[in-house]
Design a protein around this ligand. Structure first.
Ligand SMILES: C[S@@+](CC[C@H](N)C(=O)[O-])C[C@H]1O[C@@H](n2cnc3c(N)ncnc32)[C@H](O)[C@@H]1O
Length: 265
């Protein structure tokens, strides 16, 4: 049976700007650890991994590649407005964006992740507290995002304790923070693209931190990802304006990362 059929990475592949990347045994071990708890057909199983403390994605930092694209790419991202961070985990990027003056909403299906984000939130000055909020919700379950609610969103979902929560969500700058797209089964990628289109107002931005770009593997999470995997889900409603290998990456991301920016049509 080929290695790829049993979930082992092939030893090398040309994955990033023509460079050949070798498979990384440490990365494979972390991937296997996650897969022990996170089941593709049960998104709530993410909470099991969080509860077990199996969160190898959690570097405790804002990825340098995200800071680079926002601060140095020359793209005129809004300085004010609302930012959505789906699959936010412990919320590092949401806090960083809140510090920059944006109204950040982090969403995560894991109660434990949201608790961790809220614990962090309590440590921040009032301004950051006011600019950030975290919701335990399945990203795909949020429906009926109407134009009339451009800067707020009504949520009716059993995982949110109240039936209608007004949240300062998405619509101006939307960050699909790293490792959310790769965390969802590929069969949901078109739904992911539709959901992003629903969240963003025309002219809004979507930033994709694409990681880990490693030799192809069967299964996930994380699932195999390439820059062109975003073209189908986003092509109809977004225009791609940026697709680069970052010059600044954290040590775990180096050589395995790209950054894209898409603008909502
Ligand atoms: C690989 S982790 C990345 C966390 C964080 N973005 C980071 O990079 O540190 C993926 C996150 O997405 C969350 N998640 C997975 N499926 C989700 C869904 N359908 N809706 C909301 N969150 C989801 C998981 O609970 C997990 O915290």
């Amino acid at each position: 049976m080929p290695a790829s059929m049993i979930g082992i990475a092939t030893p090398q592949a040309m994955v990033n700007d023509g460079r050949v990347v070798m498979s990384d045994p440490d990365f494979e071990a972390r991937r296997k650890a996650v897969q022990e708890y996170v089941k593709p057909d049960d998104p709530l199983s993410w909470d099991v991994a969080w509860k077990k403390g199996v969160t190898p994605w959690d570097d405790g930092i804002v990825e340098p590649s995200l800071m680079e694209v926002i601060e140095e790419s020359g793209i005129a991202f809004p300085r004010k407005g609302k930012v959505l961070v789906p699959g936010c985990g412990a919320g590092y990027e949401a806090f960083w964006l809140a510090k920059r003056g944006l109204k950040a909403t982090g969403m995560d299906i894991s109660e434990t992740a949201i608790e961790a984000a809220n614990r962090e939130r309590n440590k921040y000055p009032q301004e950051i507290v006011d600019n950030s909020q975290f919701l335990k919700v399945n990203f795909f379950d949020i429906k009926d995002i109407s134009d009339e609610e451009r800067y707020d969103l009504a949520i009716d979902h059993r995982q949110v304790s109240h039936t209608k929560a007004r949240i300062h969500c998405g619509r101006e700058l939307n960050i699909s923070i790293h490792r959310f797209f790769v965390a969802i089964p590929p069969s949901l990628r078109n739904d992911w693209g539709r959901q992003m289109a629903a969240f963003l107002k025309p002219g809004g931005y979507l930033i994709n931190i694409i990681f880990p770009i490693v030799p192809p593997v069967e299964g996930g999470p994380p699932y195999t990802v390439r820059s062109d995997h975003y073209d189908g889900p986003l092509g109809e409603n977004f225009e791609k304006i940026y697709d680069e290998v970052p010059t600044k990456s954290s040590p775990t991301h180096e050589g395995k990362e790209r950054v894209q920016v898409w603008r909502r049509k």
